[in-house]
Design a protein around this ligand. Structure first.
Ligand code: NAD
Length: 415
């Protein structure tokens, strides 16, 4: 999906939510424009001695509910509109999760797969310096996203701390434990997906234990999720990754599958299981389908053939605008991304709070609070859907827009 299409899709959802909830038209208009878009050029000395100039962005969509929050990605497709669309998505996600944050996103257009570690570090540090006027624990708190990780966050935090002349652990989340990261951050998104999936099954009166699940994607989210679903008594009957899909109607052993995937680099070839085309995997009769890989994975065609009763969106934007009504018509319940995958940003909130307190929580505290917040978010969206008689997606966007609008109305318009 192009950046322009991604932004158009966000505006579409925002307009629908504003209409649905009767939000003040002035506030609706304010939310249709990002608060600020900073474009920077990032000159980097490459290993061969020449200077390459990259382009980067940091976008704040809205900061009324708190400091801007959102990841930083390094990818050849990054552009201003895609970054803006993702920033708006963060405004709505943090509002659904009821976190005291606004929405941001950043990125540099580059191909990190062909860059050395030294080049990546110089790129990160120069980009951080270029966007540093926007950053800080009370202003804008980045996190990892596509092709960035704890190491990149550590460079970012170190650069900002050097520039500002003070230690700023609260300026970034997803950082290593050694510099103030939180316990429980790495599995938080998968845990949030599990909590919302279980809550949806409860609300629908469907038994969770004994149910069958399929998962697209076996990475940082899909991998741990297969294990969590199996531990909760579900049978994970099919899993796919970029190399292919595998199927075992009796259920895949998540522990052994994970070991196989780390050894071979893919789920393909795992035994006991049969290869299956991903196209056919979607059609398998099951109770739960979790897209945990790509945007746009469930298009109209997949939605028509989908064999699941419930979809829980671990990935960002896995269901296309055209597929949504097909799922609705077929009575398939879809827990939307801004709710289902909010476990990651919720753990980021916990990390930010700990960094600011200078007091680390134990793992149990993080786990209990995460489950509690995800349950509360699900209940709020479910009630909204019932009271408005709409899908969970429209309800989640409605709830988010209402919460942001309430904050804008309470603060009033400056000057
Ligand atoms: P990842 O890169 O660790 O894993 C992605 C997985 O998807 C890999 O197994 C890859 O092989 C697979 N994949 C890629 N293309 C595929 C294809 N065409 N068909 C099938 N599988 C394919 O990424 P991740 O961190 O697990 O993120 C997955 C999704 O969840 C993304 O949409 C991401 O934006 C979203 N998400 C992640 C987090 C997080 O905490 N990591 C938080 C919120 C949302």
């Amino acid at each position: 999906m192009s950046g322009a299409a991604a932004w158009a899709a966000v505006l579409d959802r925002l307009d629908d939510a504003a209409k649905l909830t009767g939000v003040d038209p002035d506030i609706h208009r304010m939310l249709r424009s990002p608060r600020r878009v900073l474009e920077v050029s990032v000159p980097v000395r490459m290993d061969d001695g020449r200077v390459e100039v990259f382009t980067g962005w940091r976008v704040h969509h809205d900061t009324t509910r708190g400091p801007a929050k959102g990841g930083i990605r390094f990818h050849p497709d990054v552009d201003a509109l895609e970054t803006t669309a993702l920033a708006a998505g963060m405004t709505f996600k943090t509002a659904v999760a009821n976190l005291p944050f606004g929405g941001a996103k950043g990125g540099v257009r580059c191909d990190p797969t062909v860059m050395s570690l030294g080049e990546l570090e110089r790129l990160t540090r120069r980009y951080t310096w270029e966007i540093s006027p926007l950053l800080g624990p009370d202003k804008d708190v980045p996190a990892p996203d596509v092709n960035t990780d704890g190491r990149v966050m550590a460079w970012l935090m170190d650069t900002l701390s050097m520039v500002m002349g003070e230690d700023l652990p609260g300026s970034v989340t997803g950082k290593p434990l050694a510099i103030g990261g939180t316990l429980g951050h790495s599995g938080a998104t998968s845990t949030g997906v599990l909590v919302t999936a279980r809550a949806a099954f409860n609300a629908l009166d469907l038994p969770f234990a004994g149910g069958r699940a399929i998962i697209q994607g076996f990475g940082k989210v899909g991998g741990p999720l297969a294990f969590l679903l199996s531990s909760a008594g579900m049978r994970v009957i099919a899993v796919s990754d970029v190399h292919g899909a595998i199927h075992n109607p009796g259920g895949l052993d998540a522990g052994e599958l994970s070991e196989h995937a780390s050894r071979t680099g893919s789920v393909v070839g795992f035994e006991p299981a049969d290869p299956i085309a991903e196209h056919d995997m979607w059609a398998l009769e099951c109770e739960l389908a979790v897209p945990a890989a790509l945007a746009g994975a469930i298009d109209e065609d997949v939605a028509r053939r989908l064999g699941a009763k419930v979809v829980v969106e671990a990935a960002n934007g896995p269901t296309t605008l055209e597929a949504d009504p097909v799922l609705d018509q077929r009575g398939i319940i879809c827990v939307p991304d801004i709710l289902a995958n909010a476990g990651g940003v919720t753990a980021s909130y916990f990390e930010w709070a700990q960094s600011r307190q200078g007091y680390a929580w134990d793992e149990e505290t993080v786990a209990v609070r995460l489950r509690q917040r995800m349950d509360e978010a699900f209940t709020a969206v479910w009630s909204k859907a019932e009271s408005l008689n709409v899908s969970l997606r429209r309800a989640a966007f409605g709830l988010a827009v209402e919460r942001v609008a309430d904050a804008i109305a309470a603060r009033g318009l400056f000057p």
